[in-house]
Design a protein around this ligand. Sequence first.
Ligand code: GLU
Length: 298
Amino acid sequence: MAAYPPVSGKPVFRFAPSPNGRLHLGHALSALTNEALARRFDGRLLLRIEDIDLGRCRPEFADAILADLDWLGIRFELPLRRQFEHFDDYIAALASLQARRLVYPCFCSRQEIRAAVVARETETGRPWPTDPDGAPLYPGSCKELDEAEASRRILAGEPHVLRLDMARAMALAGEDPGYEVFDPKGSRGRAPAQPARWGDVVLARKDVPTSYHLAVVVDDALQGVTHVVRGKDLEAATDIHVVLQRLLGLPTPLYHFHKLLIDEDGRKLAKSRSSESLAELRERGVSAAIIRQGLGFD
Ligand code: GLU
């Protein structure tokens, strides 16, 4: 794994979009908040392209992100980091977790997980718990597999993910790893973390040797990020990141979660609902200055 930079010197901020669509105003808010805070705290501003999702990410979207950010007038320090080019770093982190039996292979399909959840609900007469994103917690079927059986299936080329054994992880990381949050004025507070509510999360997908959670933690450390500024929609997931930082011996940055922009129906802007992109706004004649002002930046 590449060497981690020293945690000293200037504060380091980053904007980390995924190139699975065009940027919209929600992304502009996130990028501009990072830019404003980096300036306020005399920090550095980095860019990371989170392109591990081979099915949804496209190089042309990554190029468009760079063009949109340039148009908004935000300058990032080079080089930018593209996750797709750093699978070795995630493999090294996984190996370190594997060596301590903190991850296990899971061969379940989505349907098998759904069926196991229904079976548990019928058995107990109670709804099966869901994670903060509303997905059912992994019911644990593959956790019971013995090692020889799991190895045989891996060698036979059966597709599988790697899951974090959350109970074991928490026993090592401490029940409430907690983390520090900061606000734009610079004051700090402590936030509790409740990683157990996520269950045995996926740390390596079937097609790539990482997941969002693992990559974000490894990259923030490798890029020397000291201040993570992201939307409130990622606040709950930070619990997982803090546990992973503990397990991998990585520093925990300070966090700030900014508000989300919502559409007329009260839902957060999302590429998946084709919220109007910055490119479309630009084509309609909206200037970057108007967007900056409209979002509260000058
Ligand atoms: N790539 C994530 C997204 O576009 C953000 C990652 C992060 O801030 O940790 O939603």
